[in-house]
Ligand binder design. Structure first.
Ligand code: NAI
Length: 260
């Protein structure tokens, strides 16, 4: 496999499913050796198999991104296996839909339990910070690296019923900008993607419900939701040398959602 990422090593969290899996396949198809990292072992192995069947190179490492020792081991395993770390896509995340809704079926800010609030912040925000914490030293040693974090349109606007998710994704945007400034002179670029509605297991229940699906699509000026591949293409560009003067950027991939 020859391409943009020949001889490069990419680590992707949340690569067992959805956006992460599509991005893993895309990097591998463009020459990268890919470390597929996720808490879902079965899905991760499926991603690795799909990459290998297409002629690419990949391995799986189990990680819970909320646990520092596991994140540290994930980065160490990547470097042990492939010798370096060129690109990292910190993408593992959960939606606020999981967990009990209030009796009204809504989850306004005052209706979140502390446990649910913490769980979402821990995966979506702390998980990104822990990943960067352990990826950056390796990239500093190499004098080069590209990190892309997954935020969301919810990192740039408020959304009713999703206060912890929105807070976590605004946090990812802030972490991204800060890390971009901190390492700008050391060869490490840090950017984030802000997808609109993308068809993945995360949105499957909503898209399967005709009322919720119509509401989601009505917010998308293109009249459709996006595909994981459309996010993967953007992550690959941000990670590539074609984006060599791009850092601290929040790139929306949202079919025009935020242009309204
Ligand atoms: P998905 O549910 O298909 O994939 C998320 C992956 O993250 C899963 O493989 C899951 O096992 C993994 N994961 C969850 N918690 C983890 C943990 N503690 N440690 C390690 N891995 C963990 O969802 P999707 O849509 O591919 O989401 C990927 C990212 O994109 C998430 O950060 C999500 O918030 C974000 N996003 C998704 C949008 C959408 O419409 N699908 C829109 C905007 C952002």
């Amino acid at each position: 496999m020859a391409g943009t990422f020949d001889n490069q090593v990419t680590l992707i969290t949340g690569a067992s499913s959805g956006i992460g899996r599509a991005t893993a396949l895309h990097f591998a198809a463009n020459g990268a050796k890919v470390m597929v990292a996720d808490s879902n072992v079965e899905g991760g192995e499926e991603t690795v198999t799909a990459i290998k069947e297409a002629g690419g190179e990949a391995s799986f490492v189990h990680v819970d991104v909320t646990q520092e020792s596991e994140v540290e081991a994930m980065v160490a395993r990547t470097v042990e296996t492939y010798g370096r770390l060129d690109c990292a896509f910190n993408n593992a995340g959960i939606a606020s839909g999981r967990g009990a809704a209030s009796t009204s079926g809504r989850r306004l800010t005052h209706e979140f339990s502390e446990e649910d609030f913490d769980r979402i912040i821990n995966v979506n925000l702390k998980g990104v910070w822990l990943s960067m914490k352990h990826e950056i030293p390796q990239m500093l040693e190499q004098g080069k690296g590209a990190i892309v974090n997954t935020a969301s349109v919810a990192g740039l606007i408020g959304l009713v019923n999703a206060s912890s998710y929105v807070a976590s994704k605004h946090g990812v945007v802030g972490l991204t900008k800060t890390a971009a400034l901190e390492y700008a002179q050391q060869g490490i670029r840090v950017n984030c993607v802000c997808p609109g509605y993308i068809e993945t297991p995360m949105t499957a229940a909503g898209l399967a419900d005709p009322v919720r699906s119509a509401s989601m699509i009505s917010r998308e000026p293109m009249g459709r939701v996006g595909t994981p591949q459309e996010v993967a293409e953007t992550v690959a560009w941000l990670s590539s040398d074609a984006a060599s003067f791009v850092t601290g950027h929040t790139m929306v991939v949202d079919g025009g959602y935020l242009a309204q």
